[in-house]
Design a protein around this ligand. Structure first.
Ligand code: PMP
Length: 367
């Protein structure tokens, strides 16, 4: 058996230790005589798995008691629609920071329901190569909340600060953040946010699960016409089990949380590893004549590193040779082309070293 190095943007690499544990528990979960995926979601055994996962996530992120944690479905994309339903009960307009493809999709989805949204700042003018600074963010007088994307997975553009969400008159509105590709990459001050959400398939676990962390006072801001399954209050009161949850993904997420706590040693340790990985790869890109990354230094993503080759005719060869060398899924998103190396938590430092060595060798031979 060989496990290659996987740089996929999502579904992404899983920690090998987690997969081994899942394998060992696959047929007979800890002497219960059945697989986790065969358990009733309402049975004692699965409920214990679910509760443990939540407790570990709370511990990792130091989530304050006045926040609820939901394990729901529909991808991060469904949250694009669920958010305005949950937060626009008292009217007002959603406000957005537009920094790339994912925030644009969130804006489009909110428009369906809200009709009008306000873009409080955009990085369109610089080609999404630098995020707006705090002083450039201007909310509307009727802002209901401010939404932003902490890390644009496709563009490789990451916020280097947590924005403040204040209307021009100084009143604060909830800050809502899509953290699909950055949650759990390092420590986070959850108390700054009204809602945090993330699709699982990067740093949390397999696809099919979405984690939502929502401040309790926001559970009563929903519109009356909200579909039941979108509702944060209803989900929270049902322990995220209004209907059948994605039980196996939830269990695997729990194993990932346990791995982060026990094997890695928590999010500060994870953060240090992630920073080292990204710094090594960006240094290799910047030091070469063949590769380039367009993002301004302070906003370079630690998780997703896009790069182009000086001669795009070499792209195919680069990818083929990389794959032959056991370096998988380096192709950039179809909308932007080039390459992208995603360096999520489960991508080891050895993978980054192997990639850097391959890139240097390729440049020597073909550049
Ligand atoms: N937001 C971000 C930042 C993403 O990276 C993605 C998926 N790559 C999404 C939203 C959409 O996630 P999903 O496919 O789970 O709907």
């Amino acid at each position: 058996m060989t496990r290659h190095y996987n740089f996929c943007a999502g579904p992404a690499a899983m920690p090998t230790a987690v997969l081994e544990r899942a394998r060992d528990e696959m047929l007979d979960y800890r002497g219960h005589g059945l697989s986790v995926m065969e358990m009733s979601h309402r049975g004692e055994d699965f409920v214990a798995i679910a509760e443990r996962a939540e407790a570990d996530l709370r511990e990792l992120l130091a989530i304050p008691d006045n926040y609820r944690v939901l394990f729901t479905q529909g991808g991060a994309s469904l949250q694009f629609a669920a958010l305005p339903y949950n937060l626009l009960g008292a009217g007002g307009r959603p406000n957005f920071l537009h920094t790339g493809i994912w925030s644009k999709k969130a804006i489009a989805e909110a428009r369906h329901l809200a009709g009008d949204v306000h873009v409080a700042a955009s990085s369109e003018e610089n080609g999404h190569s630098a995020v707006p600074r705090q002083g450039e963010i201007v909310l509307s007088d009727d802002a209901a909340y401010l939404h932003y994307t902490a890390n644009e997975t496709i563009g490789g553009l990451e916020f280097d600060y947590i924005p403040e969400a204040r209307r021009p008159d100084g009143t604060e509105v909830p800050l809502v953040c899509d953290m699909s590709s950055s949650l759990l990459s390092g420590p986070l001050d959850v108390s700054r946010f009204g809602v945090i959400y993330a699709g699982a398939q990067k740093n949390i676990g397999p696809a099919g699960l979405v984690v939502v962390i929502v401040r309790e006072d926001l559970l009563d801001q929903a519109r009356d016409d909200m579909p039941t399954l979108f509702g944060y209050r209803a989900l929270s009161e049902a322990g995220s089990m209004i209907n059948t949850p994605a039980t196996y993904s939830w269990y695997l997420a729990g194993l990932v949380f346990d791995w982060l706590k026990t094997d890695v040693g928590g999010l500060s340790a994870m953060d240090a590893i992630n920073r080292r990985k990204a710094a090594r790869l960006y240094a290799a890109i910047d030091g070469s004549a063949l590769y380039a990354n367009p993002i301004t230094l302070r906003n370079r993503s630690r998780m997703n590193v896009p790069f182009v080759l000086a001669d795009p005719r070499l792209d195919r060869l680069f990818l083929d040779e990389a794959e032959a060398a056991g370096l998988l899924n380096l192709k950039g998103h179809r909308s932007v082309g080039g390459m992208r190396a995603s360096l999520y938590n489960a991508v080891p430092e050895a993978a980054v070293e192997a990639l850097i060595d391959f890139m240097a060798d390729f440049e020597k031979r073909r550049g």
